[in-house]
Design a protein around this ligand. Structure first.
Ligand SMILES: Cc1cc2nc3c(=O)[nH]c(=O)nc-3n(C[C@H](O)[C@H](O)[C@H](O)COP(=O)(O)OP(=O)(O)OC[C@H]3O[C@@H](n4cnc5c(N)ncnc54)[C@H](O)[C@@H]3O)c2cc1C
Length: 304
């Protein structure tokens, strides 16, 4: 064991350019380390292939905290933790689904260390907060020494099971969450696990459902722990457009759309049949509850 540890190398730059220069080095790649709550689990299970670790904790100045842009966009620094996010009063008011899900990640210790960027880059199909960011239309800002800054919509970020578009020389520097066209009432998320707390999600949903004149005018429906990555279900989104939520065959329409678009995972956590049934119900619940919450805004057609 001591031989193995002596082969490991860690660096803790205090300047973003120095961090990017390390990532650009040829040879053994550097693996970014933020809160370490996923990386250390990999290490414990003997799955860590990297030998060089880039400790980001010295970069609080450039990657920490939250910022608000003049147009209302929320910029979440790559080192922002779940705890920091859920304590921000404006985030609570404008992005309630994000805060609600941040409060359900692990326990207090994990929320104090784990970052939203780490959740995105870990690319787990059962991640909890990253799917909410997808439903809210977030973008990931990446930076490298050679290519500078680029932004990728979360819709395009995960390319397969635990795979992302991030280049080895790139760092996530921030996550950008746009202002929400239908306000806080349109946001809805749920995780279903073996317990209400401290459980890995068996089936989950993150949704943004916009209402006007009592009808659905926008639907972003993200399935969690249903496929290799969290993913939007375009067939369900289409099926919901124009619905009032009171159609007698709405559950059947959702089920048909779901069957055409998704073949749910069937694994140790749950069967495909259970996931399919529960996910359909979660979509229905999201429709009913966002309609109720939209209230007069939904009836009158104003997008708050
Ligand atoms: C006990 C326990 C309970 C948990 N419960 C939940 C839960 O309920 N829901 C849930 O979704 N997750 C859960 N997790 C997983 C984990 O806490 C989250 O995914 C967390 O957000 C990871 O963030 P981190 O900062 O710790 O990432 P790290 O472990 O530091 O890194 C995770 C991955 O992201 C990469 N990375 C990190 N930051 C950057 C960056 N800025 N740029 C590029 N790459 C980066 C790392 O190289 C690594 O591949 C749990 C973990 C544990 C140990």
């Amino acid at each position: 064991m001591s031989g193995m540890i002596s082969q490991l190398q860690a660096s803790r730059p205090t300047d973003l350019d120095a961090a990017l220069a390390l990532l650009a080095e040829a040879g053994d790649p550097w693996r970014p380390l933020a809160g370490g709550t996923d990386l250390l689990v990999e290490a414990q299970h003997g799955r860590l292939q990297h030998r060089r670790f880039l400790d980001l904790s010295g970069l609080q100045g450039s990657l920490g905290g939250l910022r608000w842009h003049a147009d209302g966009t929320l910029e979440v620094g790559a080192l922002c933790t779940y705890l920091q996010l859920q304590r921000d009063a404006r985030v609570q008011a404008e992005y309630p689904a994000l805060c609600a899900m941040a409060r359900l990640v692990g326990a207090a210790q994990i929320q104090a260390r784990g970052t939203l960027a780490g959740n995105i880059e870990n690319a787990s199909p059962a991640a909890d907060v990253a799917p909410v960011l997808l439903a809210l239309g977030a973008r990931v800002r990446l930076q490298s020494a050679a290519r500078g800054v680029r932004e990728v919509a979360l819709d395009d970020y995960w390319t397969g099971y635990r795979q992302t578009v991030r280049g080895q020389d790139e760092l996530i520097v921030a996550v950008l969450v746009p202002p929400q066209p239908f306000g806080p009432h349109a946001q809805w998320s749920r995780k279903v696990g073996t317990r209400s707390w401290q459980a890995i999600t068996k089936v989950g949903i993150a949704a943004r459902i916009g209402w006007a004149e009592g009808r659905i005018v926008e639907a972003r429906i993200v399935a969690v722990s249903m496929a290799a990555t969290p993913c939007r279900v375009a067939a369900i989104e289409q099926a919901l457009l124009g619905c009032s939520g009171e159609e007698p065959d709405l559950a059947a329409r959702i089920a048909t759309a779901q069957q055409s678009a998704l073949r749910p995972l069937d694994d140790v956590r749950s069967t495909a049949a259970y996931r399919a049934t529960v996910f359909g119900r979660l979509v229905l619940q999201a429709v009913c509850e966002t309609k109720g919450a939209a209230g007069d805004a939904g009836k009158g057609g104003s997008a708050a």
